[in-house]
Structure formats: C-alpha cells, structure tokens
Write a protein that binds this ligand. Structure first.
Ligand code: 5AD
Ligand code: SF4
Length: 487
C-alpha cells in the first residue's frame, strides 16, 4: 500500500499517527474571469496525484486553479480514510469551510477520494457539510456534478470502475517543484489486507496502458523534470495485457495477451531508458510480489533510485497471517537479503503497525527484532486503527488497549530514531550524486536535494540551481538530514 498510503512525500523519520497532511494547490489563477477551483489534498501520494488529474479535468472545463481559499468558487478536499484520525482531520477542515461559506454562500464544497467513497451519500445526509461527493473513479464526471449543484441540487457519484485509469489525462502539476512528479501506474488494490480500507475505497486493481505512462514521463523530461515516481498501491503487481481491465496473473493470460504484456520490471526499464538524466522512483512495493527479475533491472540502471519502500507491518508470522499479508517473517527477511545482495547500497523503508488485533507483547518484540535485522533508513509507524467494514473489524476484536498500543508504538519510534541516525552517520564522509529540488527551508543560501537513497542533503548554494545534478560530499548529519558541500 502507498503509505499515506502513502504520504510518502517527504523523507525523514516520520510518525504519521497524526500526520495526515493537507496541502493546497500552488498554481495561481490566470485572472481571466473564469471560475476558480481550490484543491486541498490529504493522505497518500496517490491522492496528490489524483488531485492533479482533477485539476486537469476542471481546467479543461473552464476553471482556473487557485491557492487562495478566499477567492475560490469551488473548494475540493481530496480525502483519506486510512485511519480514524485522518478522517477526523478532514471533518474539522470541512467544518472550517462552513465559516467561509457563511460569508460566501455561493461557494461550492466538494469531497473527493477515499472518505467520499466510504461514506457516499451519508456525507450529504448526515454531515451536511458538502454539496458534491465524488469517489476516486468518478472524477471525469466532476464538470457534470458541478452543473447539477449550479441547478440547485446536491451531487454524488461514487461508482467504482473496472477500467478507469485516467490514462489519457495529462495532469496539471499542482504541487510540483518543476523537478519531480508523480505518475500513477495502477489504481485500486486486490490484496485485502484485513486491516485496510483501501480495497473498499479505491476498488479493484487495474494497470494503466504503458504507452501513456511512457509518454507522460517523456513529456515531463522534455519540460525539464528530472525525477518521476511511479505510483500504485502495489507496483510489483503491475501487469499490462493489451487492454484496460481488472488485474490478471501472468499465468492466466491468453497467448495473445502474453504477447502484448508488460510487467513492472519491463515498464521500469522502459522508463529508465528515456534518459540517464531522468531519475525513476516507485512506491509502494509489496514483499510478496517483488521479484528477483525486478531487482536485477533496478541494479542495472543507475537512474533507478536505490531506495525501496517495503512495508512489513509486523515482524511476527502469526500476526502477518492474521493481517492476510501473504508472506512470513522468514520470506520478508529473504527479500531483504536479496535486495542487499544485489544492491548493497540500497536504502529500505517500512510501514509498521503497532497493536494489531490480538498481538501479544512477545509478538511485538518480533517487530522490534525485524527492525534490528533490516535497520530501516526510516519508517512510517502507526497504531492500529479499526476501520469499518474491513475483515479485521468484522472478524477480530480490537483488543490491545490504547495505552499498550501507545507503549508499543513509542518503542518502535525510539528504535527507528536510533536506526535513522545510524544510517545517516554511515553516510558521513561519503559522496553522493544529489538532484537539487529546492532552496533549503532554513537558509536561502543553501539548497536541498536527495540522494538516490532518498535521503535529504543540504549544502551551500554557490552557483548551483534547482534541477541540477551535483556531487556532494557529506560532512555531518542529523537524524533526518545530511549536511555537505558540492565538490
Ligand atoms: N490502522 C493503522 N495503520 C494502517 N495502515 C493501513 N491501514 C491501517 C489501519 N487500519 C497503514 C499500513 C499501510 C500504511 C499506508 O498505513 O502500515 O502500509
Ligand atoms: Fe496496501 Fe494491503 Fe491496503 Fe492493498 S490492502 S493498499 S496492499 S495495505
């Protein structure tokens, strides 16, 4: 799954128990009298990527985008349901829009994404906070839904699709620094981890036409972008077989479909071949599906970043089975061994859940020992949060007391803090190729970029600029950042 599911936007050792982040669009309106849309995104990278698709659909319909809520005619919130706290954040935000709406009653408020899908028309009936409710597969219908609201109705479309991948839509790059961009390659998830709401909110898994993915990546490179991140809940199960449709396994393809097929490794290779100056990242990998073939391709190309986000969730095989993750502790360790064998310099990060149903204190220790085994560069760490209608909610008791969940989470966080610092200390004295992404937040005489391993490096600006590749020697570090100097 994409951690927050993927919020996986920033590096650093983050506890995302409450850190569902909102972020407004950054494109200024063109000031030509068109109606203006303001979009705020919460949750995973996929949501941020979807918001760019939504912006593209609305711009085509005559809207301009704005980052100023006050001047918006249409306010959209792209939402996350992954944990209860994520939903509460969005509810609070929708409440605050009500105040703006008092002064400006004609302003339309719409809710997009996973919460829209999960709550459907309940959003209109019970919560009375919004005019439009649109699920992740219905964004093409937005212009029509806005029209319905203009006519005085409320509008809902939460139909999930077996084909929709928005393959032909060229996203408006809302949040981009002009250097890195997201490209969605799959939608939905078929894995049915018992704790997870995503298969219900994002529907069945579909792979996007590779031609459209490659064209999008090429266009981005031509526009000056230097990094793309291929996104999916489980990128390793990407499989194109000639047409848009539900996920199939390779063994079930017809001869004709096999002929046309492309798997994730093959897709990665094609993207990597666009230019050695285009970095390729991907998220999220699934331990049960990441193949040796893919790891070999990753190792072969310098521009495929040496960084894998490989959630393990729990270090205990009984708990993993109860989570329906499809692998054991030993299998996961075997995948890590293989990664380290073929790419000794590859960084690995994880998602970890503390206090899943019936997890004992001893089983929790297996999670800590897994962390010791792998020594993750960083992790996204969560307390288990029961989600309505998931298999876990239906079949298991959420029986680890809240204070015990907190205790386990704090042990996990403390250990990760040590490991992140250790990992960064290991980088001190070494040199890295860094892709410059922005001015440093703290000092405008410094630039910030990332290494292939996804670690943030800050160094004096000199004459370098955003979008350049530069070789930096690291001289010191904190737990989250490397400090260095260009050489
Ligand atoms: N409770 C806590 N964490 C969860 N995740 C997914 N569902 C839940 C839940 N119900 C975490 C998993 C996943 C990440 C995106 O969010 O670790 O990989
Ligand atoms: Fe990820 Fe499992 Fe949720 Fe799919 S069901 S999104 S693999 S955690």
């Amino acid at each position: 799954m994409l951690s927050e599911d993927y919020i996986y936007m920033e590096t650093g050792n983050k506890v995302i128990d409450e850190a569902v982040q909102g972020s407004a669009t950054t494109i200024e309106s063109k000031g030509n009298g068109n109606r203006k849309v303001y979009i705020e995104s919460y949750g995973c990278q996929m949501n941020f990527s979807d918001s760019e698709i939504v912006a593209s659909i609305l711009v085509k319909d005559g809207f301009d985008t704005t980052k100023d809520l006050q001047e918006a005619d249409l306010v959209l919130v792209n939402t996350c349901s992954i944990r209860e706290k994520a939903e509460q954040t969005v509810r609070n935000r929708l409440q605050s829009f009500q105040h703006v709406k008092k002064a400006k009653p004609e302003m339309i408020v719409g809710v997009l994404g996973c919460m829209a899908e999960r709550l459907k028309s309940k959003f209109l009936e019970e919560e009375k906070l919004v005019d439009i409710v649109v699920g992740p597969d219905a964004y093409r219908d937005l212009p029509n839904l806005v029209k319905q609201v203009d006519e005085g109705k409320k509008a809902v479309n939460v139909i999930l699709s077996k084909e929709e991948t928005y393959a032909d839509i060229s996203p408006v790059r809302l949040l981009s620094n002009g250097v890195s961009a997201f490209i969605s390659i799959t939608r939905g998830c078929d894995n049915m981890c018992t704790f997870c709401v995503v298969p219900f909110t994002r529907g069945r898994e579909r792979s996007r036409n590779p031609e459209t993915i490659l064209n999008e990546a090429k266009e981005l490179f031509e526009k000056g972008f230097r990094e793309v991140t291929l996104l999916g809940q489980n990128v390793d199960s990407y499989l194109w077989y000639g047409k848009e449709g539900l996920k199939k396994d390779y063994k079930n393809l017809s001869d004709e479909e096999k002929e046309k097929s492309m798997n994730f490794g093959q897709l990665m290779e094609q993207v990597a071949l666009i230019s050695p100056k285009l970095r390729v990242r991907f998220s999220t990998s699934h331990p049960k599906d990441i193949t040796d073939e893919f790891l070999a391709i990753m190792a072969k190309y310098d521009n495929i970043c040496k960084y894998i986000h490989l959630p393990f969730q729990s270090g205990n095989t009984r708990v993993l089975e109860k989570m329906n993750r499809g692998y054991t502790r030993e299998w996961y360790m075997g995948r890590v061994d293989k990664i380290k064998e073929v790419m000794p310099d590859c960084a690995i990060s994880a998602d970890i859940i503390a206090g899943f149903c019936s997890e004992t204190a001893e089983e929790h220790k297996d999670t800590l020992s897994m962390m010791e085994y792998v020594k993750y560069d960083f992790s996204y760490m969560f307390k288990y949060s029961e989600r309505p209608n998931t298999a876990a909610a239906k079949k298991f008791e959420d029986d680890v007391p809240e204070d015990e969940k907190s205790r386990r989470l704090s042990e996990i966080v403390a250990l990760q803090r040590d490991h992140s610092l250790e990992a960064n200390q290991g980088y001190v004295g070494k040199t890295f190729e860094v892709l410059i992404e922005k001015l440093s937040k703290r000092n405008d005489q410094e630039l910030a970029g990332r290494t292939s391993q996804n670690t943030v490096v800050v160094f004096p600006k000199e004459n370098y600029k955003v979008g350049d590749y530069v070789t930096v020697k690291v001289h010191s570090c904190t737990g989250g950042t490397l400090l260095g100097k260009a050489i």
